[in-house]
Design a protein around this ligand. Structure first.
Ligand code: PEP
Length: 251
């Protein structure tokens, strides 16, 4: 039985004041005991979130990291050992905004994924196709290729304890959500790809759906067989909405 995870990606949003408000709002939410909840503030606000959420059932992650564990001369980057030190437990790896806007390659994603695991953190590996790729019927090839980059380089065992997030690019921040059936098809393909190498790893792999998830759409998505929770962007900036999405993932 996979334990659902609902993750809130705050992206490049927030000030110290608005983050304080969001943390207070989150602290008041009744969260199901049978799921994991995590938020991913901007790097500037990670320490504030770790401190503000300490003792609450909400973990904290980072949105990105350097491809190395050790600290060193790499201006502007964050070593995964520094993320451990500040209290992170998760790191998003390969978010489509980083892949497509900042040009992050599969190779860079693989190196970051490895650095996250080497530091004892949990990577949330983001995969997804663009609208053009979906229209060209290449969704499963694109997503399969992104996953294969990790499996080929690091082995299927690297997925054990990791999290995958399927996030169709056309659904991120657009208000368009994949239908539960569209999402389920891709989630099942991701699990089958992992199962080809190791059925046990595949059965335990948490695969989140991301792309304009709202409280109104969450229950139906999370009810699908291979959807184990959500990666939530915009709606995670509203504590009540995010709390309702978390409750939709509980039993
Ligand atoms: C995301 O950024 O990971 C995301 C899913 O954003 P949104 O929920 O706003 O589409």
């Amino acid at each position: 039985m996979r334990r659902p995870l609902v993750a809130g990606n705050w992206k490049m949003h927030g000030t110290r004041a608005s983050v304080t408000e969001l943390i207070e709002g989150l602290s008041q939410q009744v969260l199901p005991a049978d799921i994991d909840v995590a938020v991913f503030p901007s790097s500037l606000h990670i320490a504030q979130a770790v401190q503000g959420l300490s003792g609450k059932a909400v973990k904290v992650g980072a949105q990105d990291c350097a491809a190395q564990v050790e600290q060193g001369a790499l201006t502007g980057e964050l070593a995964t050992s520094q993320l451990v030190d500040v209290g992170c437990e998760f790191v998003l790896v390969g978010h489509s905004e980083r892949r497509l806007i900042l040009g992050e390659s599969d190779e860079a994603v693989v190196r970051k994924f490895a650095a996250v695991q080497a530091a004892g953190l949990i990577p949330v590996l983001c995969l997804g196709e663009t609208r053009e790729q979906r229209e060209a019927n290449t969704t499963l090839d694109v997503v399969g290729g992104q996953l294969a980059a990790v499996i080929d380089a690091l082995g299927v065992e690297s997925l054990s304890g990791a999290v995958v997030a399927y996030e169709p690019v056309w659904a991120i921040g657009t208000g368009l959500t994949a239908t539960p059936e569209q999402a389920q098809e891709v989630h099942a393909a991701i699990r089958a790809q992992a199962a080809h190498f190791d059925a046990g790893v595949a059965a335990g792999l948490r695969i989140l759906y991301g792309g304009s998830v709202k409280a109104a759409s969450a229950a139906e998505l999370f009810g699908m067989q291979d959807i184990d929770g959500g990666l939530v962007g915009g709606a995670s900036l509203n504590a009540d909405e995010f709390g309702a999405i978390c409750r939709a993932a509980g039993n």
